[in-house]
Structures are given as C-alpha cells and as structure tokens.
Ligand binder design. Structure first.
Ligand SMILES: Nc1ncnc2c1ncn2[C@@H]1O[C@H](COP(=O)(O)OP(=O)(O)OP(=O)(O)O)[C@@H](O)[C@H]1O
Ligand SMILES: Nc1ccn([C@@H]2O[C@H](COP(=O)(O)O)[C@@H](O)[C@H]2O)c(=O)n1
Ligand SMILES: [Mg+2]
Length: 239
C-alpha cells in the first residue's frame, strides 16, 4: 500500500488564479509503495509504480463541475469520475441498489456513502490512469469519511466552483439532458442539501489548505482560465 510520507498543501488557499502565482508550494511527495503487504481493496494497491493524484470537484448543482472537468481532461489528462453519473448508470443497469438510488436522486438527497464509494473505487481500480477528477464527491462528511476509510487516501487538491444560486437554477433548468432531478422542486431540495451537507465539506478542506475556490460566473472558457493554473502548478507533482 502506498502512503503519504509528506503531503504539504499550498501554503495559501487560492481564491483566484492571480493568488496562485504567488502561492508558495512545498514539495508534495508520496512513497509509491511501502514494503508492507498491500491491504486488500485499498486504492493504493492498484497503482503500479505511480502515485495517485486525486482531485475532488465540488460546487452546487449546475455550478459547472462537469463542464470544467471535460476541459481538465482535455488539457491535463485526468480521468473524470462523476459520482452522479456513476449513480445514474447504476439506476439504468437495474441493480439491487438502482431503485433506491433513483428515489434518493429525485428527492435531492445523498445516496448512502458505502454505495457511492464502492462505485468510485471500482472505477479507480480498473483504470490505467493515476490522475482522477472525482466530480460531485464528497457531498457530505459521511461521504468524505467513508472514502478515507476505504481508500486510506485524501485528495491532493479540492476545487470548489462558487456560483450564485440564481445562476445555478438557470443553468440546471436550461440543461435539457432529461435528468429526473432537473426540475424546480428537486433543484430547491438539492440546493438545501448542498448548503447543509456539502458546504461543511468545503469548509473542512479550506481549513486543511487544500481548497481552490473558483468564481464560477462567466463563460466556460473564462472560468477555465482560473482552473488552468491550479493544474499547471501541480503538473510536475502529478506526473
Ligand atoms: N460558465 C457557464 N455559463 C453558462 N452555462 C454553463 C456554464 N458552465 C456550464 N454551463 C451549462 O450549465 C449546465 C450545468 O453545467 P454542468 O452540468 O457542468 O454543471 P454541474 O455542476 O456538473 O451540475 P450537476 O451538479 O447538476 O451535475 C449545462 O447545461 C452546461 O452546459
Ligand atoms: N456523492 C454523491 C453525488 C451525487 N449524489 C446524488 O446524485 C445526484 C446528482 O448528482 P450530480 O453531481 O450529477 O448533480 C445528487 O443530487 C444526489 O442525489 C449522491 O447522492 N452522492
Ligand atoms: Mg455534473
């Protein structure tokens, strides 16, 4: 199993890209593998000689997480794992959990962490990549704690797309992708869930100096110009 032997986050948690340029970074280094026997089912054992680089992508419904993840994939070679997409795929595959997941999503609530972490871990395990964007996760402290318990890993960085509610509502209502939760009633519930369960996670990573807050208002390209330097600054560390 790999272990973090030194993991020093940016000394300044960035609010805007300009702050990033001034941020002093110290080396973030991992030991790829220890000599210990790998623990069954831990993320580390699946990375053959490479150190996993994990980014959590947070933000309210419609804040643009998926849109920006596509751009990060194109520009920085990450694998994009959207927790919401994995859960929706589970619904269509008629598994035991599918019906419960559908009800939870319609209610704008959070699916039990064990289910979501299992799906994420399966994707990580079967990937040849070692750079992951985990989009829409962790959505709650329970999500976060379960991920840490199962993987013994923490994210290297956490992006937070900060968007006003009225803009999020507008974007979701215009999305037209046939999502069962893209209606005004569910959006209201999702916004409440975001505030009560997801913002504490955002604050947690802010206190740990891992959070990069991105102003999510503007065109997708403008927003990506704030995102780009975050990854450019970490590129050496993540290759
Ligand atoms: N900067 C932007 N300006 C205007 N529209 C945008 C912008 N970024 C994304 N959109 C559009 O807003 C909608 C929501 O974006 P996206 O799906 O990326 O958000 P999300 O944060 O992943 O939402 P969810 O949490 O609901 O999955 C999409 O239709 C997308 O095309
Ligand atoms: N960690 C998560 C992520 C998502 N959900 C549920 O899926 C819905 C859609 O998620 P998007 O990221 O695609 O917006 C979300 O509202 C939750 O119901 C979850 O439970 N846990
Ligand atoms: Mg999304």
């Amino acid at each position: 199993m790999w272990k973090r032997v030194a993991s020093l986050s940016p000394l300044i948690s960035s609010k805007r890209s300009s702050t990033l340029n001034q941020a002093a970074y110290t080396f973030k280094r991992f030991e790829s593998f220890t000599t210990e026997t790998p623990a069954q089912g831990k993320v580390g054992m699946f990375f053959k000689g490479k150190t996993p680089f994990i980014t959590f992508v947070l933000g309210g419904p419609g804040s643009g997480k998926g849109t920006q993840c596509e751009k990060i994939v194109e520009n920085f070679g990450f694998t994009h794992l959207s927790a919401g997409d994995l859960l929706r795929r589970e619904i269509t595959s008629n598994t035991e959990d599918g019906a419960k997941i559908l009800d939870t999503i319609k209610e704008g609530k959070i699916v039990h962490s064990e289910v979501t972490v299992k799906l994420i871990r399966k994707e990580i395990d079967s990937s040849d990549n070692y750079k992951f964007l985990i989009d829409g996760f962790p959505r709650s402290e329970e999500n976060r704690i379960e991920f840490e318990r199962i993987t013994e890993a923490e994210p290297d960085i956490v992006l937070f797309f900060d968007c006003p509610e009225e803009e999020m509502v507008k974007r979701v209502l215009n999305r037209n992708q046939g999502r069962v939760d893209d209606n005004i009633d569910t959006i209201r519930k999702r916004l409440k869930t975001f505030e009560s369960l997801n913002l504490p996670v955002v604050n947690y990573y802010s206190k740990r100096g891992k959070l990069y807050t991105i102003n999510a208002v503007g065109t997708a390209d403008e927003i990506f110009e704030q995102v780009r330097p975050v990854f450019a600054a970490h590129e050496e560390l993540s290759t």
